[in-house]
Design a protein around this ligand. Structure first.
Ligand code: NAP
Length: 259
């Protein structure tokens, strides 16, 4: 029986992942700050699917509380699937946002998934099996259309996933970056936006079902709203094409000082 640890499992995308993994017969470790919501979900899933569900209440921004989750990943009974889902957004521009809030957002969206992926990866690589799922966002592809640092943090998730896949792919560990567009969850209300005003909104069940199809297809990057897959493949081809031009030992002609 395999066990999935899901961060941000108390609502939205994380709660739906918990339901879907439970329905596939996985035992679960659910992580978030709101114990009661986790307890309610755990009771529902134990009753519906007969799976074991453990709860870890933790504010992942808090280093001491985060450590309990890292310890569970490193030293507890094996975790076969990590879903790095907990994340957030704050309204406002980079120049105007309070630096304490900026730091908290970078911690939640960047530091936390990095440290949890590292904690999970060590055991998975040793055992030669495992799956790490990281939740990014399409806004990582279009930072100029969004204020604040959210887009930058989500762009990092894609790069982190590509790095992890390159390191762990031949050690039996599959890595998947899931890249949603706007999805109907509490994240909008939490960041001061009425979701009903958004023109294109995916339902969260559709998003997670699609992400799981991508996982079953062993995709490294799954972009559920993207109809034309070739657009992503072209972007990746262009990126790989760039690599051939990055090895110059002298500055390119256009950067040479005129003498
Ligand atoms: P959500 O409904 O607000 O869920 C966020 C989850 O993260 C909640 O379970 C929340 O639980 C948990 N969380 C927040 N801060 C935490 C902290 N400090 N420590 C521990 N847990 C914390 O939002 P969602 O849309 O499902 O978001 C899930 C992921 O999807 C995020 O990474 C988000 O960036 C990404 N995403 C969402 C959309 C979208 O349109 N919804 C689009 C692209 C990407 P507690 O409050 O109980 O701690």
């Amino acid at each position: 029986m395999s066990t999935a640890l899901i961060t941000g499992a108390s609502s939205g995308i994380g709660a739906v992942y918990a339901r879907k993994f439970a329905s596939r017969g996985h035992d679960l470790v659910l992580v978030a700050r709101t114990t009661q919501k986790l307890e309610d979900l755990a009771a529902e899933l134990r009753a519906a699917y007969g799976v074991k569900v453990e709860i870890l209440t933790a504010d992942l921004i808090n280093a001491t509380q985060r450590q309990t989750v890292e310890n569970r990943l490193r030293d507890g009974s094996p975790i076969d699937v990590l879903v790095n889902n907990a994340g957030g957004n704050i309204a406002g521009t980079i120049a105007e946002t309070n630096p304490v809030d900026l730091e908290k957002l970078v911690t939640l969206n960047v530091t936390v998934p990095t440290l949890l992926a590292a904690a999970a990866a060590s055991g998975m690589a040793r055992r030669g099996t495992g799956t790490i799922i990281n939740i990014g966002s399409v806004v990582g592809f279009m930072p100029e259309h969004f204020s604040g640092i959210y887009a930058a943090t989500k762009s990092y998730i894609l790069t982190l996933s590509q790095s992890l896949a390159a390191e762990l792919g031949n050690r039996g560990v599959h890595v998947q970056a899931v890249v949603p567009a706007a999805t109907r969850t509490a994240i909008w209300e939490r960041s001061g936006v009425d979701a009903n005003t958004l023109p294109n909104l995916m339902e969260v069940d559709d998003l997670v079902d699609a992400a799981l199809v991508g996982l079953d297809r062993k995709e490294l990057v799954t972009i559920p709203p993207l109809g034309d897959e070739a657009l992503w493949q072209n972007l990746e081809s262009a990126r790989h094409g760039l690599l051939g031009g990055l090895g110059g030992t002298k500055p390119a002609e256009r950067y040479r000082l005129e003498k």
